[in-house]
Design a binder for this molecule. Structure first.
Ligand SMILES: *Cc1c(COP(=O)(O)O)cnc(C)c1O
Length: 362
């Protein structure tokens, strides 16, 4: 079997060691003679899995004690609905403020607008989202139920370097494409959510980290299985959850712990991204999409000055085992998604290829 370096944005590559462990345990989990996907979500074995997932996440991300960890159906975009349903009712004005830093950010605001008075307080749409738009938190109405941001913008390759201080107004962040890739002060946020399929495991489920005092505020018509309180009360097992995804997440977290945890992975992620940005910045052929001070270390986006070479670039890259580098259709060009699981070697092979390709074509 030949393995590619998978630069796809999501579902994305998982660590090789995690895939091997899952394969090894697949038919016979922990000597039970049954697979982890065949056992009850209420069994003591699964209970141990979900507890271990919680405690690893808590430890790795330094989650304070007044936060709950939830595993919520439907991936990240389901939270675009769940967040307003659970939080817009915090204050009677039912107001929420959204920062539009990309496509997902825009979609999240659109969804929220079904439930209350939603304002886009800043947008970088006019520049095709090549930066994080500035906004002044002091201008927020005091009766705003929450402020929503997208911490890393997967399509455009931008991220918030520092997070705004919204005072008493809870800050909510979609961290799908970067949770656990860098150290983040969880206590600055009311709710953090992330679809699993970028940095945490398989698709279809979201991990939600919520401050306890924000539970129990949902709009009355909220379906029980979108109500975060249901998840908090029943340890995410009100109904049959995606046990396999939670198990996979546990393996990913164990791997992350074995890598030295968040600080070690952050350093490695910075180095991986720098390998690519250094080539972009020293070349005549490649132009970065994101403004430098807003660059993501998870999604590296760039264009070729001569776009006619794009297909050649992708074909030759694939021949070298560099897979899924095509940029999102809204952006064009190239996108290298280099989540935690991408080994440094993958970035090095891509950086070398970029330099060779430039030499051969100038
Ligand atoms: C991938 C992604 C999503 C979409 O996640 P789904 O699980 O497909 O709903 C949402 N937000 C961000 C920031 C993403 O990167």
């Amino acid at each position: 079997m030949t393995q590619v370096f998978n630069f796809g944005a999501g579902p994305a590559m998982l660590p090789r060691a995690v895939m091997e462990k899952a394969q090894q345990e697949f038919l016979d989990y922990n000597g039970m003679g049954a697979s982890v996907i065949e056992i009850s979500h209420r069994s003591k074995e699964f209970d141990a899995i979900i507890n271990e997932t919680d405690s690893l996440l808590k430890e790795l991300a330094s989650i304070p004690d007044n936060y709950k960890i939830l595993y919520v159906h439907g991936g990240a975009q389901m939270q675009f609905s769940a967040v307003p349903m659970n939080l817009i009712n915090r204050l009677p004005a039912k107001k929420a403020a959204y920062v539009e830093s990309g496509n997902f950010a825009k979609l999240s605001a659109k969804e929220a607008a079904r439930y209350g008075d939603v304002t886009t307080i800043a947008s970088s749409e006019a520049d095709n989202y090549n930066s994080i738009p500035a906004f002044d938190a002091s201008t927020l109405d005091a009766d705003t139920s929450y402020v929503h941001i997208t911490s890393n913008n997967t399509l455009y390759g931008t991220r918030w370097q520092e997070f705004p201080d919204t005072g008493d107004i809870p800050l909510v962040a979609d961290m799908t494409s970067e949770l656990l890739s860098r150290r983040i002060d969880i206590s600055k946020f009311g709710i953090i959510y992330a679809g699993l399929q970028k940095n945490l495991g398989p698709a279809g489920l979201a991990c939600v980290i919520i401050r306890e005092d924000l539970l129990g505020l949902a709009l009355p018509e909220t379906p029980s299985l979108l109500n975060y309180k249901t998840y908090a009360d029943k340890h995410s097992l009100a109904n049959t959850n995606n046990t396999f995804a939670i198990y996979m997440m546990k393996l990913v977290l164990e791997w992350l712990r074995d890598q030295g945890g968040l600080d070690a992975i952050e350093t490695r992620n910075e180095e991986k991204a720098a390998l690519l940005y250094d080539v972009i910045d020293s070349s005549e052929m490649y132009v970065g999409v994101a403004q430098k001070e807003h660059r993501s270390i998870m999604n590296v986006t760039f264009n070729l000055t001569n776009n006619d070479l794009l297909d050649d670039f992708l074909t030759q890259a694939l021949a070298k085992g560099l897979y899924a580098l095509k940029g999102h259709r809204n952006v064009g060009g190239i996108r290298a998604s280099i989540y935690n699981a991408m080994p440094r070697e993958g970035c090095q092979v891509l950086a070398d290829f970029m330099q060779e390709f430039e030499k051969a074509n100038t």
